[in-house]
Design a protein around this ligand. Structure first.
Ligand SMILES: [Zn+2]
Length: 242
């Protein structure tokens, strides 16, 4: 059994924060730092103290809370080597294929450029959990701000190869709009239609639609169900203009 606990919370307008807590060592990591107050409230609610921040990308809605949390907790900040020049609070930088120990587990660093050029994701194989930042969303993927469609397609393809039962936490609650878009691409996908109903019901109750799993995304996410990078690019452009 995994010794890691995961706590997801909504913050800002549509971001998610996630805390990872190791029951044995007491180590606690925040995935990104979208909002220092929200992270602190989540820590207090669980009785945890912050030891690490794991940063996926340099955008403000993932980094703006780092400095304040670091000054309060003295936590160790790990983030993408390729964006080190844009994030001045990093203590340690990581590249694709790097590993590090958090609590009693090994984390694998997966580079997934596209949304930003240096985006990294954190995969915990023992727990079967991946943090996909703004690369893979439930029923969607990040907008391609810094990279190109080929790059994003390659990044999503890496995530698609993880075991289907892998639990996916991502940076934003965009699922309902993504579902509406995916249905326009594949109205005959029954698993998608069913999932869209569940999503509508969750959102009507103000509940999160995350986390998801790689298997569920492979079944229903139009961005993962395309055959090649060219088809992916067409769908990404259609979504950008939707
Ligand atoms: Zn974001």
């Amino acid at each position: 059994m995994s010794a890691l606990k995961f706590h997801q919370f909504a913050c800002l307008s549509d971001n998610y924060g996630v805390l990872i807590h190791d029951l044995q060592t007491g180590d606690t990591a925040s995935i990104d730092a979208p909002d220092a107050d929200a992270v602190e409230n989540a820590l207090k609610g669980n009785g945890w103290s912050l030891t690490h921040i794991l940063v996926t990308n340099h955008h403000w809605d993932h980094t703006q809370g780092i400095a304040e949390l670091k000054s309060k907790y003295g936590c160790h900040v790990i983030g993408p080597q390729a964006e080190a020049s844009k994030i001045d609070t990093l203590d340690e930088t990581k590249n694709d294929g790097d590993q590090f120990t958090f609590g009693g587990e090994t984390a694998d660093v997966i580079s997934t450029p596209g949304h930003t050029l240096g985006m990294i994701n954190f995969y915990f194989p023992k727990s079967g959990v991946v943090f996909t930042g703004d690369t893979l969303f439930a029923l969607g993927c990040g907008r391609i701000f810094e990279g190109d469609a080929n790059m994003m397609w390659n990044s999503l393809s890496k995530l698609a190869k993880l075991p289907p039962e892998t639990v996916v936490y991502c940076g934003h609650e965009y699922t309902q709009a993504n579902a509406n878009f995916c249905i326009t691409i594949k109205p005959e996908n029954q698993a998608l239609a069913q999932r869209a109903k569940e999503i509508d019901s969750l959102r009507a109750q103000g509940k999160p639609t995350l986390p998801t799993t790689i298997g569920l995304e492979l079944e229903t996410n139009s961005f993962l169900r395309v055959g090649d990078a060219a088809e992916f690019a067409r769908i990404r452009t259609a979504k950008d203009n939707a």
